[in-house]
Design a protein around this ligand. Structure first.
Ligand code: OFO
Length: 180
């Protein structure tokens, strides 16, 4: 049994964020599936990749709480929101989720600063940086989408955008069925 090195308050905040990361993963999963059935395979690949990243974030919280002698509580994950109306709506909703998530990470930073818990402060900095990257990436995709939807000939711009998104930056690999 490790010595507990985080306060109850920090432990609770970290646990809540762990569940929130799992929720984020569910949101990406449901939007990815929506994109796939609506014939945007590139966007689906991008979103499935992010689903996996959020799952890894959830695990980072779990490991950190355990490593600091805290106790993780695996809670129910609320259902993701309803499907987006179209690609633009999907991208805007994702951005909104990420901004909301950044604010929650900031709360952990504030709390750890208040408590002078520099280990948690340091741990949370990884997420601060990650959220900057994610918000930037999604903003860039929204810009590309806006440009792509200006010319409508055969929807070829949207086709190109979808194809490019399949390889847009992501750290995680998507689970695939094993090839025989
Ligand atoms: Fe969107 O990243 Fe997790 O925290």
């Amino acid at each position: 049994m490790k010595t507990k090195r985080i306060s109850d308050k920090i432990e609770k905040a970290l646990n809540e964020q762990m569940t929130r990361e799992a929720y984020q993963s569910q949101v990406y999963l449901s939007y990815a599936s929506w994109a796939e059935v609506n014939s945007f395979p590139g966007i689906a690949t991008f979103l499935y990749g992010h689903m996996q990243e959020e799952r890894e974030h959830m695990f980072k919280f779990l490991k950190y709480i355990n490593d600091r002698g805290g106790e993780t509580k695996i809670e129910a994950i609320k259902a993701p929101p309803e499907n987006p109306k179209n690609v633009e709506d999907c991208l805007q909703k994702i951005l909104k989720h990420e901004i909301e998530n950044s604010k929650q990470i900031d709360k952990i930073v504030n709390l750890s600063h208040e408590e002078k818990d520099w280990a948690t402060f340091n741990f949370a900095q990884w997420f601060v940086k990650e959220q900057i990257e994610e918000e930037t990436l999604i903003n860039e995709i929204i810009d590309k989408y806006t440009l792509a939807s200006n010319e409508k000939d055969n929807n070829s711009n949207l086709y190109d955008l979808d194809r490019d998104l399949a390889s847009a930056s992501q750290h995680a690999t998507i689970p695939q069925e094993e090839k025989l």
